[in-house]
Design a protein around this ligand. Structure first.
Ligand code: UD1
Ligand code: MG
Length: 452
């Protein structure tokens, strides 16, 4: 089968009341249109066609790294008109599937069923039965056979009672689609070219119009305003939470976890409330994530513990690492096995060797640290001279006393000890104590000032 996808995305989306075109509105931090496009490459070798109109440049720019065939529909004269714009691109033996840019949660398995039916009969519709079908095109059947789609505004009172509606998604063989599109007229309540009119044409030409019922209403739900966007976000998050639980994750509250990307997990992972995942996150077995953490693009080894309120971005951790509470790991952080980053510690481009500890109130940036190092509270790597960034190199088994500043570029040799409160501007040799402080003085004849 030659599968081809056409995505209608020219509508204005004025109910969003937003500068951002509707199809760029984010669901789980990704544009609606990205959800629609997601996975289509598994079903078709050809680039999908997107019919755009409003905010075209913005939409195109957002997908500049994807292979998409863009077709502009400057005036929106209806769904039939939108698909007509793509006619020249469609091959006779394509099974063309029409999707909407604002219907983000359609499953590939549903599309495959639809395509298979269209391959048999030339035309297949995705329908859904709604308790309240107001506004939708109704599926008109006779003796069970689909005969037409009638738009709500054109329907009779009797047809308004029909609860099976058109989701808008359909698969049609290219040859017939092009023929029927060329016969559309705007003789209807909205004065538009209705794509849905091809159903009656197909029946007239003696084609059997087949249908697939959506598994669930949410699979085919469209988004028109922020309230529907928020509603669909919750549905999406519920599904993602369920997927995690199916993979054996313990979620302390499945309604309080947000997955804006992909999370892969080992066994017996436990996630406390209000954790946000972004990008690609990999959690090893027995990882525990405390409440109110953000984990973005990171790999976390087995048996790691992330305590409350930690923010982790583009970081790789070995096994049994302990982080937080209140830690901020910025891009380029690599933490070795059994290392520990404690509260109010910020790291950036920092390699922390196995068993090393930065337990309290530190900034470690542009740093290469060996194993079994102990960094005292309040230690800062001064990596920036106002213009350039410089490296701090720390060997193995180093002890840095509290409240020290390591002014980069600087190297602390293995086994060295740095006295507390030191400002280290020159390399410190291995195994020795280095400190930089003025001598402690006590002024003998000093008296407290009197209040005047
Ligand atoms: C359409 C269907 C209706 C179905 C409903 C499902 C028709 C005539 N009606 O109605 O049967 O129940 O969807 O939601 O097809 N678009 C364009 N260019 C246009 C017009 C629309 O790209 O000129 C795009 C919109 O951006 C949107 C989609 O097509 O993504 C549907 O358009 P919309 O105006 O919402 O159609 P409905 O009247 O809701
Ligand atoms: Mg609509």
């Amino acid at each position: 089968m030659n599968a081809r996808f056409v995505i209608l995305a020219a509508g204005k989306g004025s109910r969003m009341k937003s500068q951002l075109p509707k199809v760029l509105q984010p669901l789980a931090k990704k544009p609606l249109l990205a959800h629609v496009l997601n996975g289509l490459s598994e079903l078709s070798d050809k680039a999908p066609i997107v019919v755009y109109g409003h905010g075209g440049d913005q939409v195109k720019a957002a997908f500049s790294n994807q292979s998409i065939q863009w077709i502009c529909q400057t005036e929106q004269k209806g769904t039939g008109h939108a698909v007509q714009m793509t006619s020249a691109e469609l091959a006779d033996d394509d099974i063309v599937t029409i999707l909407y840019g604002d219907v983000p949660l359609v499953k590939n398995s549903t599309l495959e069923r639809l395509q298979a039916l269209a391959d048999k009969s030339s035309i297949a519709l995705l329908t859904v039965t709604l308790e309240n079908p107001t506004g939708y095109g109704r599926i008109v059947r006779e003796d069970g056979q689909i005969k037409a789609i009638v738009e709500h505004k054109d329907a009779t009172d009797a047809q308004h009672q029909i609860k099976e509606v058109n989701t808008g998604i359909m698969s049609v063989r290219g040859k017939e689609l092009k023929k029927w599109l060329s016969q559309l007229d705007s003789n209807n309540a909205q004065g538009e070219l209705y794509l849905t009119d091809i159903v009656a044409m197909a029946c007239e030409d003696n084609y059997e119009v087949l249908s697939v019922q959506a598994d669930c209403e949410w699979d085919v739900a469209g988004v028109n305003d922020k309230s529907q966007l928020a509603e669909l976000e919750r549905i999406y998050q519920q599904r993602k939470a369920k997927e995690l639980m199916i993979h054996g994750v313990t979620l302390l509250d499945p309604s309080r976890v947000d997955i804006r990307g992909k999370v892969s997990v080992g066994n017996d992972v436990e996630i406390d409330v209000n954790v946000v995942f972004e990008g690609a996150v990999k959690l090893g077995s027995r990882v525990k994530v405390g409440p109110n953490c953000v984990l973005k693009d990171c790999v976390i080894g087995d048996d790691c513990v992330i305590e409350a309120y930690s923010h982790i971005d583009s970081t790789v951790m070995g096994n049994a690492v302990s982080v937080g509470p209140y830690a901020r790991l910025r891009p380029g952080t690599e933490l070795g096995d059994n290392s520990k980053i404690g509260n109010f510690v910020e790291t950036k481009k920092a390699v922390v060797g196995a068993g090393s500890k930065v337990n309290h109130l530190s900034y470690i940036g542009d740093t290469q640290m060996g194993s079994d190092v102990n960094i005292g509270a309040g230690t800062i790597t001064c990596n920036y001279d106002g213009v350039n960034k410089h490296q701090t190199i720390i060997g193995n088994n180093v002890f840095v006393g509290s409240d020290s500043q390591l002014v980069a570029p600087v190297e602390i040799g293995s086994g060295a000890t740095i006295g507390a409160g030191s400002t280290i501007t020159k390399d410190a040799p291995e195994e020795l104590l280095t400190l930089s402080r003025s001598k402690q003085l006590t002024i003998k004849n000093w008296t407290k000032p009197n209040k005047k």
